[in-house]
Design a binder for this molecule. Structure first.
Ligand SMILES: [Zn+2]
Length: 304
């Protein structure tokens, strides 16, 4: 039987509205460039995520600019708004309800990507989570391995601080992402390697345990961090997908189109793995688009 690839929904995208007016470093992509890639690799739609925290970027993607891109291509983009936990008062009891209501009214369907280099269970992060949990919005988080020298919510090996937040906010859908997140696929995860792309056979690690224990934890499959985690031991990856495919979402996180080859690689790997029967048809379709439609409540039919 001939294999028909399932169109993808990319749940982790970035784009700069006025690219040429920005001082660009780690993110340098226009919406047109992103759509061109989507057309080539079979991505139906993307979910744009602004980045506002100053860590590691020089050209913040504002909520307004991101909304403007989504309005210009309403049949290709959805969008999240972003909210650095330090916004406004830099206090753990800041009331964000007006801001949350404002951006929801403009059509934002989630929050992220949270990249502030604060501890994962910092009172200000906890405060943000409490308020977006109450609003029923999902959040995409980037985990950083250290305080300083990187971006992302800080956690230690084993992700104890993330676990604390998963437990405290059971109705908050957390989409986990980044190297220190995916390095936890393996029990041998160490501080020395978890900020990189560790290789070698996988022994079940913290990630599977946390996924089993917390139904609100979801996997954002973007970037080389996930691609590497899947490819380092495909047999384990197929078992991981068999068990958790209902909470894994295809994503690309394309920042520098010229060197981000993983977005093509992941599409190819998913398609080839499904064609070879290593990933069930059900999980393949779930990962490519159905989980995104369900988790992000997208107004799309399940059938592409
Ligand atoms: Zn990102």
């Amino acid at each position: 039987m001939r294999f028909t690839p399932c169109p993808k929904i990319d749940v982790h995208a970035h784009a700069l509205l006025n690219r040429d007016l920005e001082y660009r470093t780690s993110i340098d992509i226009s919406p047109e460039e992103l759509l061109d890639i989507y057309d080539r690799i079979g991505v139906e739609r993307g979910v744009l995520q602004p980045i506002l925290s100053p860590e590691w970027i020089t050209a913040p993607m504002t909520n307004g600019n991101t909304c403007a891109i989504a309005r210009r291509w309403p049949d290709r983009f959805y969008w999240f708004f972003n909210l650095d936990p330090r916004t406004l008062a830099n206090l753990p009891d800041t009331d964000f309800s007006d801001m949350i209501a404002f951006f929801r009214k403009l059509g934002a369907i989630g929050v992220g990507e949270v990249t502030a280099n604060l501890y994962f269970d910092d009172p200000m992060v906890d405060n943000l989570f409490t308020q977006i949990e109450a609003a029923g919005l999902p959040v995409t988080i980037h985990i950083g391995p250290t305080k300083g020298g990187c971006y992302g919510l800080v956690d230690e090996v084993g992700l104890p601080r993330m676990e604390k937040m998963l437990k405290k906010h059971p109705d908050l859908v957390i989409l986990g992402h980044s190297q220190p997140f995916w390095a936890e696929i393996d029990a041998g995860c160490t501080q020395e390697t978890r900020g990189l792309y560790p290789t070698g056979k996988v022994r079940e690690g913290r990630l599977a345990q946390l996924m089993r224990e917390y139904g609100n934890l979801h996997c954002d499959m973007s970037a080389n961090s996930c691609y590497n985690a899947m490819r380092r031991d495909p047999d384990y990856a197929y078992r991981f997908i068999e068990e958790f495919g209902g909470r894994m979402l295809y994503a690309a996180d394309t920042c520098l189109p010229a060197c981000n080859t993983y977005m093509y690689d992941m599409v190819r790997w998913l398609d080839e793995s499904a064609a070879a029967g290593c990933i069930s048809k059900k999980n393949y379709r779930a990962i490519c688009r159905e989980n995104a439609i369900r988790v992000l409540k997208l107004p799309l039919p399940l059938e592409p």
